[in-house]
Design a binder for this molecule. Structure first.
Ligand SMILES: Cc1cc2nc3c(=O)[nH]c(=O)nc-3n(C[C@H](O)[C@H](O)[C@H](O)COP(=O)(O)OP(=O)(O)OC[C@H]3O[C@@H](n4cnc5c(N)ncnc54)[C@H](O)[C@@H]3O)c2cc1C
Length: 478
């Protein structure tokens, strides 16, 4: 076992174009938020499945861990090294080709390093729509989306990433290639193994190729920006939108006035869609093969009459539509607020979204009345990105750390008491590694441990992320 020996062999296998070393590694060993950082012996950039397989075999033989990386836009620290174990980063950046676009099958086949935006462009070129879409579409990859089972703004209509995957090619931790690249809508021939790799965050294999679903491209798509009267009646607004548009309701997002104002101040290019100021806004998108403007008229009239909204505007041009969604991309507090951010990528049953938020605020303020609670997100999917900012302290200070711990455990418990998850769409990574066992029954942890050990008996694939039998199983056995 030697990391030096592995490095020499990987250099030989990939050549200079396939390796990044030394100072050039800096952007790859640190996550996008700057929260997590580690070190790696090198970054391998294989250009084909065969090269991925060769690198994985070398690492398996020489006992070197592998952290697979796509666009490094993950929000849980899953794509950067953690801990002292010698490791390399395996980047899919050079495996970014679209292999085929099949409009009649409604599928696209792509290498895992393909950027989401390029899949959207390829789909649009054959009059089809691609569902995986979120703010990081310009950098996030197909492989990263699959490995985190990402969500985004289209889940309400098309489901999350798991629902978009028809087939996968995966390099297993011993270097063998599993060819599961099947474009079948139906296949009941036993265990559907692709689902094990979806959401596995690089712990069970390296996803190298995927066949993904395409959808009919809606001829009409428009979004409304609405100022909400009373957050407590948000579900009434959602149900009204659903009843008016039925399947044509393709997005329903909640926007907090606080970060909306901050985004407007920080990015002067963004326009205020309505003059009315509110504590909360909703973005509602209708799509379909027939014009949707009339449906919006009905929706707005009924919402106004019921006192659910005070003001709203319907995007009439491409620029107005883009402005609404650019605003949506910029309201996450990550880039707008400074200081320690405690975050929950929470999901609860949809009808519990508002009670959850109100109770989270109540519990946070019971701990310290000045705690700022910010929530936004894909309410139509029961997914609320919730953050709490404990200002006035810094990590490392025992009192501050104890406060953060208390807040995290209070909100985690609240989410679980509502039958929810602390990892709705961003995955577990490092962020939720310690907390995951609180969410799972012992038998589930045991099944996860067996799977992980079955696929990766040496524990070399993304160690210290998602789930670790050695760390978590003793608790499972309690
Ligand atoms: C501005 C912004 C907005 C975002 N909005 C959303 C959102 O709305 N919804 C959402 O779900 N996420 C969102 N994200 C999070 C992020 O974009 C997703 O988690 C995305 O899926 C990560 O893709 P990536 O290619 O960057 O993967 P990375 O960050 O590189 O990796 C993520 C995880 O997947 C593993 N991995 C990556 N590629 C492979 C592969 N080929 N095989 C095996 N394992 C692999 C990594 O080891 C890591 O564990 C957002 C991020 C940003 C910065």
């Amino acid at each position: 076992m030697s990391v030096e020996r592995a490095m020499g062999r990987i250099r030989e296998a990939l050549g200079p174009r396939g390796i990044v070393e030394g100072d050039a590694l800096a952007p790859f060993v640190r996550d996008i938020r700057g929260t997590y950082a580690g070190s790696a012996a090198l970054l391998a950039r294989p250009a084909s499945t065969e090269e991925v397989s060769a690198v994985v075999r070398i690492c398996a033989e020489d006992g070197v861990a592998i952290v697979t990386q796509g666009g490094n836009t993950g929000l849980c620290g899953g794509a950067v090294p953690r801990g002292p174990q010698p490791c390399i980063i395996l980047s899919l950046a050079r495996m970014n080709r679209i292999l085929s676009v099949d409009p009649e099958r409604y599928t696209i086949t792509a290498e895992a390093g393909c950027i989401l935006q390029s899949i959207h462009d390829a789909a649009a070129s054959v009059d089809r729509a691609f569902a995986m879409d979120w703010g990081a579409r310009g950098s996030a990859t197909v492989g990263g989306g699959i490995s985190t089972n990402a969500g985004g703004i289209n889940v309400l209509r098309f489901g999350n990433t798991r629902d978009q995957v028809l087939g996968l090619e995966v390099v297993l931790p011993d270097g063998r290639v599993w060819d599961g690249l099947r474009a079948l809508r139906k296949d009941s021939s036993g265990y559907d193994l692709k689902h094990l790799f979806i959401g596995a965050e690089g712990t069970l294999g390296v996803v190298t190729k995927a066949i993904l679903k395409l959808h009919p491209r809606p001829a009409y798509e428009q979004s409304m920006w609405a100022a909400i009267t009373d957050l407590g009646r948000l579900m009434e607004l959602f149900v009204l939108a659903r009843s008016v548009a039925s399947e044509g309701l393709t997005a329903f997002e909640l926007v907090p006035g606080y970060t909306y104002e901050k985004a407007l101040a920080q990015y002067p290019i963004l326009q205020r869609p309505v003059d009315t100021r509110a504590e909360w806004y909703a973005i509602v998108r209708f799509s379909g093969q027939q014009p949707v403007a009339e449906k919006f008229e009905t929706f707005f009239e009924q919402a106004l009459e019921a006192g659910l909204v005070t003001d709203a505007t319907l995007a009439q041009t491409g620029a107005q539509e883009a402005n609404i969604w650019n605003l949506r991309d910029e309201i996450p507090p990550l880039k707008l607020l400074k200081g320690k951010m405690l975050k929950w990528d929470a999901s609860v049953p949809i009808d519990r979204i508002v009670p959850f938020l109100e109770e989270a605020q109540r519990r946070a303020h019971a701990i310290r009345p000045d705690l700022r609670v910010i929530a936004f997100g894909h309410v139509g999917d029961g997914n609320l990105h919730t953050s709490i900012f404990p200002e006035g302290g810094s990590p490392g200070d025992p009192e501050f750390d104890a406060l953060c711990k208390r807040i995290v455990s209070e909100i985690d418990e609240l989410i679980w008491s509502y039958g929810g998850s602390i990892c709705a769409e961003h995955g577990v990574g490092v962020e939720n590694f310690e907390r995951l066992p609180g969410q799972k029954p012992a038998v589930e942890l045991e099944m996860m441990a067996r799977l992980r050990t079955l696929f990766d008996p040496q524990g070399l694939f993304n160690p210290g992320k998602v789930f670790d039998p050695a760390t978590h199983l003793p608790r499972a056995a309690e």
